[in-house]
Design a protein around this ligand. Structure first.
Ligand code: SF4
Length: 252
């Protein structure tokens, strides 16, 4: 049984204890399925949320969460820069899966810090911090852990991803049930469960973020090549060290 309910301080011996607990969880769950990791986290992990972008592959984890507990807290960050298709998809998928606790998270100071909505043209890191990372960090403050859809195959920076990770400096644990999945596993799960695809996937968007920073991908390109195209950036910065956003590496 997972035991993440006890909130762990972030420094010194307690941080070491948290790291040891995560290592133990990874050892215990090494041969378990994604569904088992998801169910174990939701049923035994204290206060935990699923963070979802309702993007190209998000419906897999949303379905796993709905099957386990439809009242699972689902945090959806509306950057106010998303495609209209994503907003419609979020609403339709939530209803179809019967998710009853979808929380829409928005920044509360966009008017002051990005009054004309042009910050993404000058400084994508600052824009992601304002519209994604800071609101998510605030929303997660009362949680013991969170579930993400990150997978090893997605980029070089995720190649060593495990089911469980310590989030440096926050005392939270990140759970990555799909860490070991390949693209074929994602496709097969969607087909077997007849899950609706994000409408932009059929239009050449295998990875979907904000409209100004996402472009279609050509055949043979890396699926994430359309995210912040022609920039070094490859992650939105939803990662924390000592409670602060950090960059996670260059585009693979
Ligand atoms: Fe801003 Fe682009 Fe980041 Fe969205 S992806 S928050 S528009 S920089």
């Amino acid at each position: 049984m997972l035991d993440l309910a006890e909130k762990t301080p972030v420094d010194g011996p307690d941080a070491a204890a948290l790291a040891a607990r995560v290592a133990d969880l990874n050892a215990r769950y090494r041969h378990h399925s994604a569904t088992a990791v998801m169910q174990g986290a939701l049923q035994n992990a204290g206060k935990i949320a699923l963070v979802s972008s309702f993007g190209a592959e998000s419906v897999v984890l949303l379905h796993m969460a709905a099957v386990t507990d439809r009242a699972t807290p689902v945090l959806f960050i509306d950057t106010e820069m998303l495609f209209t298709e994503t907003l419609v998809y979020q609403s339709e998928v939530s209803e179809r899966l019967g998710l009853s606790n979808v929380q829409i998270i928005r920044a509360d100071d966009i008017t002051a810090r990005d009054p004309d909505g042009s910050l993404h043209r000058r400084d994508t890191d600052a824009c992601c911090a304002l519209r994604k990372t800071e609101p998510l960090n605030r929303a997660l403050a009362s949680y013991d852990g969170w579930i993400t859809g990150r997978k090893r195959f997605q980029s070089g920076t995720r190649a060593a991803l495990e089911f469980f990770e310590v989030e440096d400096g926050t005392g939270r644990i990140k759970v990555n049930p799909l860490a070991h999945w390949a693209p074929e596993d994602v496709r097969a799960y969607m087909e077997e469960n007849r899950l609706p695809r994000h409408p932009l996937v059929a239009k050449g968007y295998p990875s979907i973020g904000c409209a100004p920073c996402t472009s279609p991908v050509a055949k043979g390109e890396d699926p994430r090549a359309g995210r912040w195209r022609n920039q070094e950036k490859d992650e939105c910065g939803i990662h924390f060290v000592n409670g602060k956003m950090v960059r996670t590496g260059a585009k693979s």
